[in-house]
Design a binder for this molecule. Structure first.
Ligand code: 6PG
Length: 476
């Protein structure tokens, strides 16, 4: 025990599950003297086994763990979001000194992070909410990280975080995001974008499978082709591989044995909730969340399926549909990122996060789940014009949008005719069509509100607030 205490580790991890253990091993690989603690002896054992090469040893007692760290201490928690985070903080507090730093690396709700930040600040304990993306492999070999909190405290962690993060063109996929809970907020939006991209790919799969009757292998190859072109992204890279995995003894690829009910831990829903609170428009994320929920209503879907006829094939030349589908996906992907960036911009203004959108795009270019070649363009767009009102106003982006929008129209028409749902594709196009419309039919909504509820309206021809007695004045 004494021996451990004397080591004075530079960094400590609480929670040695898949993410915590792998991130710690990544740090050790990069030459940092680190240690970990977990309530479960099995997890500590696992770290001891995997950490042999680097001499990374886990500690079973929290007091010994805290004592073994250099002061001011830097401790990261990678434990499930929610009550457990608070429980760990409470357990730690009596053992810490002023000036120590706690980092929450899980997917905590940003409002929880806000509360924790304020509480810990009162005790002179620095607190960071840090989104980490990239899953198991990312944690082990280079994730994208989104730390938010006290800027001075970030300087302490900067060398370790930069060393272990993914790199793109030699630049680390981590940067100081902003004050308070901004790191967790940005990670939440990352996940919202992730939900929408995943749903979009799933809709393309359905169009190919049902609409074009394509076998799995061919669908996999099509996604492979997309990934080699303008849609290059991590999600397509893994999707392509999914279409080829067959387990020993199985007749079919594994994908076809998986239940069509998508689970979720909530980050996509949180994104939509806060987006509505901020009156930001993230229809693609909203649709993706709704489709996961609908997928879970399996019994109801089967009952309705019995009443209504099935989807039919698309009656258009296959090569033409596939070409349009790739372009439609490129169009939709751009709208998805556009909505995510706009939400971050709104949140930055409302919550004083002072986000640097170029930096957010920059650190998403590598390591994270939504990494894609398009992020390079987003990065450039915001670097050139940090106060860009909407990504679709960027010259390069708008050029590509104009080239691909008609393909999106064709695909949605074909899908509608064949009875195949395209919630995200359609939401993207609808958003675009309304956004590019100098006028919307919302004058009618205002008239209706005033008719039934005297909610008043404003006029185009004169200043002021107006109300009309519609029943008496209207003559059908
Ligand atoms: C990441 C992921 C990760 C998230 C999973 C699962 O960036 O590494 O976003 O943080 O936990 O994607 O999320 P759902 O269970 O909600 O699909």
């Amino acid at each position: 025990m004494k021996e451990i205490a004397e080591k004075k580790h530079a960094f400590g991890m609480i929670g040695l599950g898949t993410m915590g253990r792998n991130l710690l091993l990544n740090m050790a690989d990069n030459g940092f003297n680190v240690t970990g603690y977990d309530k479960s002896p099995q997890q500590v054992e696992l770290l001891n086994k995997e950490g042999v090469k680097t001499g990374t040893v886990g500690i079973m007692e929290i007091e010994d763990f805290v004592q073994s760290l250099k002061v001011p201490r830097a401790i990261m928690m990678l434990v499930p979001a929610g009550k457990i985070v608070d429980a760990v903080i409470q357990e730690l507090l009596p053992l810490l000194d002023e000036g120590d730093l706690i980092i929450d690396g899980g997917n905590s709700h940003y409002t929880d992070t806000d509360k924790r930040f304020i509480e810990l600040q009162k005790m002179n304990i620095h607190f960071f909410g840090m989104g980490i993306s990239g899953g198991e492999k990312g944690a082990r070999f280079g994730p994208s990280m989104m730390p938010g909190g006290d800027k001075k405290a970030y300087q302490v962690m900067k060398p370790i975080l930069e060393a272990v993060s993914a790199k793109v063109n030699g630049e680390p996929c981590v940067t100081y995001i902003g004050p308070g809970a901004s790191g967790h907020f940005v990670k939440m939006v990352h996940n919202g974008i992730e939900y929408a991209l995943m749903q979009m790919i799933a809709e393309a799969y359905e169009l190919m499978k049902v609409g074009l009757n394509m076998p799995d292998e061919e669908i996999g190859n099509e996604f492979k082709k997309w990934n080699n072109g303008k849609l290059q992204s991590y999600l397509l890279e893994i999707t392509e591989q999914i279409f080829f995995l067959k387990e020993d003894g199985d007749k079919d690829v594994l994908l076809n044995y998986i239940k069509d009910e998508a689970k979720a831990k909530g980050t996509g829903k949180w994104t939509s909730q806060v987006s509505m609170d901020l009156q930001s428009v993230t229809t693609c994320i909203d649709a993706a969340v709704a489709m996961r929920d609908l997928s879970k209503q399996k019994d109801l879907r089967l009952a309705v399926d019995k009443v209504y006829s099935d989807a039919t094939s698309i009656d258009i030349d296959k090569a033409e549909v596939l070409k349009d589908l790739e372009d439609a996906a490129a169009f939709t992907m751009k709208i998805i990122y556009t909505q995510g960036m706009e939400l971050m911009q709104k949140a930055s203004q409302e919550m004083n996060y002072d986000l640097n959108l170029a930096d957010c795009a920059k650190i998403w270019r590598g390591g994270c789940i939504i990494r894609a070649s398009f992020l390079e363009e987003i990065y450039t767009a915001y670097k050139n014009k940090p106060d860009l009102d909407n990504l679709l106003l960027d010259k390069k982006v708008s050029k590509q949008i104009k080239i691909t929008v008609n393909a999106a129209r064709s695909i949605i028409i074909a899908a509608v005719k064949a009875g195949i749902g395209t919630a995200v594709f359609s939401s993207a196009l609808s958003y675009f069509d309304n956004l590019k419309s100098g006028r919307m039919p919302s004058n009618l909504i205002q008239a209706q509100r005033d008719y039934f509820g005297a909610h008043t309206y404003e006029r185009t021809d004169k200043e002021g607030i107006f109300h009309t007695i519609w029943q008496i004045n209207a003559k059908p």
